[in-house]
Design a protein around this ligand. Structure first.
Ligand SMILES: Cc1ncc(COP(=O)(O)O)c(C=O)c1O
Length: 337
């Protein structure tokens, strides 16, 4: 089976080989060398202090929310799919006063600005960069960052399935992501980029408190047991990603997407201008049959989410995915449709 899923993804052999070893003691020099290498490499992907902690994407998002939002804070949640709804849930669980801006596709910066103006006094804008459930990405986060800055609000971004294959403009205060999607490693590491001092004074559970993690790049001493095997995997995957260069890595995904959208005759969910580089989504009359046909051909893809569970099929192009895989998936889907 080959996994053309929205994550976890099909890992290349060199990443699998990197984890096939005894995890070192995390207070040893040997482990510190791997951690240092991963933090330095992550530092080349985006600005700010990189944080790697045990967990998945949800934990990265909750950690971002709990460290930067306090109960009663006014926050604008931008929602254009299932993960936007989950981001809003995290904010409401934290006790924030959330105003939801909900639409069927990524709202333009001026619509976000309008909403922010109407709210008054917003402490943060929270938005998903790459909405995995819809195969859509917000391509104008640079302008959203300008809006946030102009209104004195933080910009908190969930890029769990975007980074580093979907470009992220500078100026974002906190980015939450994870190891098992475009970073091409197994699940197990929550990753954050911190460009602003954590704000919350109370109510942050110790395992999610970013403050001790911000010291790790200089001390190489993690507050708790880190996801050691995933760090080995990240060392290998980041070596590869940075080796080919971030621009080329992005381009590789765009080419795969063009091939997929060009080949599949089903109706795409996103408009071309909103297409994610990592996950494609198509309307499909018989999702179960399409997924079964793909399995028969040796591929695992995914159903839609939430209201689109039985109406949409999603195909990920991250990881060890060849041109032939994409052409085969397109052929199978076209035969089912
Ligand atoms: C955009 C986005 N946010 C958050 C998550 C949650 O990540 P996880 O399932 O690793 O907890 C996902 C997972 O698919 C995602 O795609």
């Amino acid at each position: 089976m080959k996994y053309l899923t929205p994550g976890p993804i099909q890992l290349p052999d060199f990443v699998l080989r990197a984890i096939y070893r005894q995890p070192a003691f995390h207070r040893s020099e040997e482990f510190r060398a791997s951690l240092k290498s991963v933090l330095e490499k992550l530092g080349k992907v985006y600005t700010g202090t990189p944080v790697v902690m045990p967990g998945t994407g949800t934990l990265a998002v909750d950690t971002m929310v709990y460290n930067y939002v306090e109960p009663g804070d006014k926050v604008l949640a931008v929602i254009y799919g299932e993960f936007g709804r989950r981001l809003s849930l995290s904010l409401r669980t934290r006790g924030a006063e959330v105003r939801e801006l909900t639409s069927e596709e990524p709202p333009p910066p001026d619509v976000i600005e309008d909403e922010l103006r109407k709210m008054g006094g917003a402490k943060a804008i929270a938005v998903v960069h790459n909405e995995t459930s819809m195969g859509m990405a917000h391509k104008e986060l640079g302008k959203v960052a300008d809006v946030a800055k102009a209104y004195g609000a933080l910009l908190l971004v969930d890029s769990v399935s975007g980074m580093p294959a979907e470009p992220l403009p500078p100026g974002i205060d906190v980015v939450a992501t994870a190891s098992h999607k475009a970073f091409m490693a197994p699940p197990g590491a929550a990753i954050l980029y911190v460009n602003a001092e954590p704000r919350a004074k109370l109510g942050v559970p110790p395992a999610m408190d970013l403050r001790p993690y911000l010291k790790v790049p200089s001390t190489l001493d993690t507050p708790y047991t880190p996801p050691i095997s995933v760090i080995y995997a990240l060392e290998a995957s980041l070596e590869y990603i940075l080796g080919i260069g971030l621009a080329k890595y992005t381009e590789l995904h765009v080419e795969r997407m063009n091939l997929l959208y060009g080949g599949v005759k089903l109706k795409p969910v996103p408009k071309p201008s909103h297409r994610s580089n990592t996950v494609a989504a198509f309307y499909c009359n018989d999702v179960k049959r399409a997924l079964a046909a793909l399995r028969e051909a040796g591929y695992v893809a995914s159903a839609g989410m939430g209201p689109y569970k039985d109406k949409v099929i999603r195909v990920g192009v991250m990881g060890d995915v060849a041109r032939e895989d994409i052409l085969k998936v397109a052929e199978v889907l076209n035969n089912v449709a």
